[in-house]
Design a protein around this ligand. Structure first.
Ligand SMILES: *Cc1c(COP(=O)(O)O)cnc(C)c1O
Length: 387
């Protein structure tokens, strides 16, 4: 029998006892509201009239020509309000928290995209919001710090450890242990203890559900390949999940960074090992003592030393394939999409585009690749200019 909150051997709830009541309360509330007609109606209203969903699927003709092979379609999450898929999850969780009577929200953020999406949902729903962000990241992503403050959120710089995302998560967890009665922690990806991986995946599954409705416009029901970048894995899980029982081949693209050395990449599935961290069993970058190793990617949103447990399970079972793309390859694809299609993609999404450039010429022109374009790249202009 499958244990609750597990995907095979991955997942679980590896948290201090103090947090267990909060996780149980959250799980019960989630199960209640996700089947509640009023909740569902309100969330779909916000998706449609606030966030701008459904996001279109666009046939990237010029990019297809450059790649030279299979037809490439883009699911345009870059057109979602605030510029990425992140808001899908934040609207869902913030609405859930409000229904649970929680008035205070905390979140962690790396690049600031999840922080901005959380701050947005909290402004909309009248919730108090505090975002933990590594000090290093507050400097690298200054614009997003301004956006969060403009939205009425307190940004708390974290000075421990590497002063990046994993340290921000540690601080948010520390906060939550002492504030669980009044506070909900909006985790930004399919990571953390159960029920977060399932809950975040289900809120993000709107991406794949829409795609199923939209693909017939292009003469197909199921694409031959679906490609998405993988940081924690939420945009990938969001587009993969509704296709899991179909013949579509699922490919997750991790950050290969500058190369294979420790500290140069974020390929948790490709080069990491199994372990337990941030509440779950999954794959992590770690040293021989099981201590977490530093991650690197040119794309700040991929710069996390772990991955969601459901991806670990898909890797083990072979349902999805995981590959990596280097910083350099991602920048090439970033520039190509901008020049050929007039769409500046997020550097994260550019990892998926770069893999499509490799794959397309090796498969027949009659086949279709659906890429999840997880976000827009305005935030990355400075980074790519320097490089
Ligand atoms: C945060 C982010 C990602 C990575 O997060 P996942 O949970 O792996 O989706 C990818 N793309 C964009 C645009 C992001 O903001």
């Amino acid at each position: 029998m499958r244990k609750r909150g597990y995907f095979g051997i991955f997942g679980g709830q590896f948290v201090p006892e103090l947090l267990m009541p909060a996780l149980l309360e959250l799980e019960q509330a989630y199960e209640k509201y996700i089947n509640d007609v009023q909740f569902k109606r309100e969330l779909s209203y916000l998706f449609k009239n606030y966030a701008g969903r459904p996001t279109p699927i666009y046939y990237a003709k010029n990019f297809t020509r450059i790649a030279g092979g299979a037809r490439i379609l883009l699911k345009r999450e870059d057109l979602n309000h605030t510029g990425s898929h992140k808001l899908n999850n934040c609207l869902g969780q913030a609405l859930l928290a409000k229904n649970m009577g929680k008035k205070r929200i905390i979140a962690e953020t790396g690049a600031g995209q999840h922080g901005v999406a959380t701050a947005t949902a909290c402004a909309l729903l009248g919730l108090e919001c505090h975002v933990y962000m590594g000090k290093e990241d507050t400097i690298r992503q200054e614009l997003n710090v301004f956006r969060m403050k403009m939205l009425g959120t307190e940004v708390i710089p974290v000075e421990s450890g590497t002063q990046t995302l994993k340290d921000a998560i540690n601080e948010a967890m520390r906060d939550w242990v002492t504030t669980v009665k009044t506070t909900h922690y909006i985790i930004g990806s399919v990571v953390g203890p159960h029920p977060f991986p399932i809950m975040v995946r289900n809120f993000q599954s709107i991406i794949g559900q829409e795609a199923l409705q939209q693909l017939p416009e292009y003469g197909i029901d199921i694409p031959d390949y679906i490609i998405a970048c993988v940081g924690g894995g939420s945009n990938a899980m969001g587009i993969f999940h509704p296709f899991v029982d179909t013949k579509a081949r699922l490919i997750g693209v991790e950050a290969g960074g500058r190369g294979a050395n420790v500290g140069d990449h974020s390929s948790s599935l490709g080069r990491g090992e199994q372990g337990v961290f941030h509440g779950k069993r999954s794959y992590f970058l770690q040293n021989e003592y099981g201590q977490i190793s530093p991650a690197h990617s040119i794309a700040a949103g991929l710069d996390y030393p772990g991955v969601g447990p459901e991806h670990a399970y898909y890797k083990e079972t072979g349902r999805a394939q995981y590959v990596s793309i280097t910083d350099e390859e991602a920048i090439y694809a970033y520039k190509k999409l901008a020049r050929e299609e007039g769409i500046i993609p997020a550097l994260e999404s550019a990892h998926a585009l770069a893999y499509a450039l490799k794959l397309a010429p090796t498969i027949p022109e009659s086949q279709t690749i659906l890429i999840n374009l997880s976000g827009r790249g305005d935030k990355d202009i400075i980074t790519t200019k320097i490089n």
